[in-house]
Each structure stands twice: as C-alpha cells, then as structure tokens.
Design a binder for this molecule. Structure first.
Ligand code: ZN
Length: 119
C-alpha cells in the first residue's frame, strides 16, 4: 500500500475526471488520486451518511499544497476545513500555515484532503 492510499477517507466516495468527463473506479485512482488518462487530479465526491456530510475533495501530496487551498486535518473530514495562508519549509517537513488553526507540520509526501466544494 502506498502512502497516498493511506489517506483519511469517508465511507462512500465516487471519483470523476472533469477533464475527460468520465467516472473512475476506486482501483483506478486510490494510489495517486489522479486520472490514469490525463493525470489531472480526480474530483472525489465523498459522503458520510451519519453526519450528513457531502463534500468534494482533491487529494494531493503536501508538497503540492498552495496558498488558498482548503485543508481538512486527518480525522477531520466531517468537520471544518482550514484555508492555507502560507507554506514554509521546516527541515525535512513542511509547515502549513492554517487560518484559525496555526501551523500544521507534515511530511512533503503526506497525502492531504483539500476541499473544493459540496454536492
Ligand atoms: Zn482525465
């Protein structure tokens, strides 16, 4: 199992490539979270029935996080997301500066859930 596939997930997830306009299966995307055809980030339509959470996510390694991204902390997919104000190198780690939270220290290859919307 790759690190990217060990990411925090919700119980029900569907996957779409908006570039190719196709639905993708879990097996096609779970190691990269990218479209096997065009390599774009896959839009993940994630649902948790208990908490009535229906969110759209992109998953990418921490090294690809940019200012303005909305980050869900591990275990926090049904909770709020935090806006990235800046990314700083701290030795071999990255410090993500999160609005209303503070610094979140992660490894560059750690998969991060980024919120892009709701559905
Ligand atoms: Zn595609």
């Amino acid at each position: 199992m790759s690190l990217m596939s060990s990411v925090n997930r919700l119980s029900s997830e569907k996957f779409k490539c908006h570039e190719c306009e196709v639905d993708l299966s879990n097996d096609e995307v779970q190691h990269t979270w990218k479209c096997p055809t065009c390599k774009s980030l896959v839009h993940i339509y994630a649902e948790d029935i208990e908490s009535k959470t229906k969110i759209v996510l992109l998953r990418k390694p921490a090294s690809e996080i940019e200012d303005g991204d909305l980050v869900h902390l591990p275990g926090g997919l049904t909770k709020k997301s935090y806006r990235v104000l800046g990314v700083n190198k701290k030795g071999d780690k990255l410090g993500l500066g999160l609005e209303g939270y503070g610094q979140y220290l992660v490894s560059p290859e750690e998969p991060i859930n980024c919120r892009t919307g709701a559905w």
